[in-house]
Design a protein around this ligand. Structure first.
Ligand SMILES: [Zn+2]
Length: 302
């Protein structure tokens, strides 16, 4: 789980309000009873662009005050399908503004947006509703409830599970950071095979954490299971550890310093294909795996 770091969230919020406020407000006018409940404590603006914590307060306040008919009406008001099909501000506009190029849930799949005017070949991330839209229809169009992610995380794993701010990590709010890192567990009897990068010699696990939100994300998104398929990345790092001795790295650095590399850390990040900073984790697939394991193997002692 990688924190979403979009270039300008203020601009994003203002575009979201400009694109949706009037449409939603007009629809809400058709359902005066439910409008009264919905807007009694929180404004439409707070519902549409309130931060993840505000959304959780809205849920706490509204759940119990709305019956099933109210929720059916709210589905028509906060109509995600209509937003995704709109010719004006729509899911493509939001995806383009967000620039989230790798799924923040799994950090495995690319989620680039391609949307050139006049070209029918388009793609964008799926938007997962952190608070699922059947149970919480009033958050169906809330910016910080729309998580750009890959199809596997959305359809195969998350689905309509009941995630809440107190139970799961919302990637607009935070990521696993250093609180939970990838780590290698060497299987019994495979000591020397591990040192030559044999994939059946080790397992990829997460470091122990008591953070229940992180544990719930790992379990629901099957992260340990899906990373079993990425052992070859780790195997390559282990082999590189053997191939690139300190003196070899040092020679490369002195040979190309100032031309190919501006620093030793840049050279090592290229050799080990491992990002230098936390900021870069969201730009490349598997970057957290590479960074955590490189650091565990001692490859990133810059
Ligand atoms: Zn994913």
């Amino acid at each position: 789980m990688i924190k979403i770091k979009s270039p300008d969230l203020n601009l994003l919020e203002s575009d979201h309000i400009k694109g949706l406020f009037t449409i939603v407000s007009n629809r809400l006018d058709k359902y005066l009873k439910v409008k009264q409940v919905i807007l009694q404590k929180y404004s439409l603006r707070e519902i549409l662009v309130g931060d993840p914590e505000t959304l959780s307060q809205i849920v706490d306040y509204l759940e119990g005050k709305l019956n099933s008919e109210d929720k059916l009406n709210l589905k028509k008001v906060f109509n995600y399908e209509s937003f995704s099909r709109s010719r004006l501000y729509n899911a493509y506009s939001l995806a383009e503004n967000l620039h989230v190029n790798v799924c923040p849930y799994c950090n495995r799949q690319y989620t680039f947006t391609i949307n050139k005017t006049g070209n029918p070949k388009k793609t964008r991330p799926i938007f997962d509703h952190f608070y699922n839209k059947n149970t919480y229809p009033y958050l169906s169009l809330s910016l910080y409830n729309l998580i750009p992610c890959c199809n596997i995380c959305n359809s195969s794993f998350k689905g309509s599970l009941d995630w809440q701010f107190f139970s799961h990590i919302n990637p607009y709010d935070s990521g696993f950071g250093d609180e939970c890192r990838f780590s290698l567990k060497i299987n019994k009897g495979f000591g020397s095979d591990f040192y030559f990068g044999k994939t059946d010699a080790f397992e990829i696990k997460f470091t122990k954490t008591s953070n229940s939100k992180i544990l719930n994300n790992i379990g629901d998104l099957a992260l340990e299971q899906v990373y079993e398929g990425h052992k070859s990345v780790v195997s390559e790092l282990i082999k590189k550890e053997i191939m690139y001795s300190d003196s070899y790295i040092s020679n490369l650095y002195h040979q190309f310093e100032g031309t190919l590399f501006s620093s030793l850390s840049e050279l090592k990040s290229i050799v080990y294909n491992s990002p230098i900073s936390e900021e870069d984790l969201g730009n490349e697939a598997l970057s957290k795996l590479r960074r955590d394991i490189s650091e565990e193997l001692g490859l990133n002692n810059y």
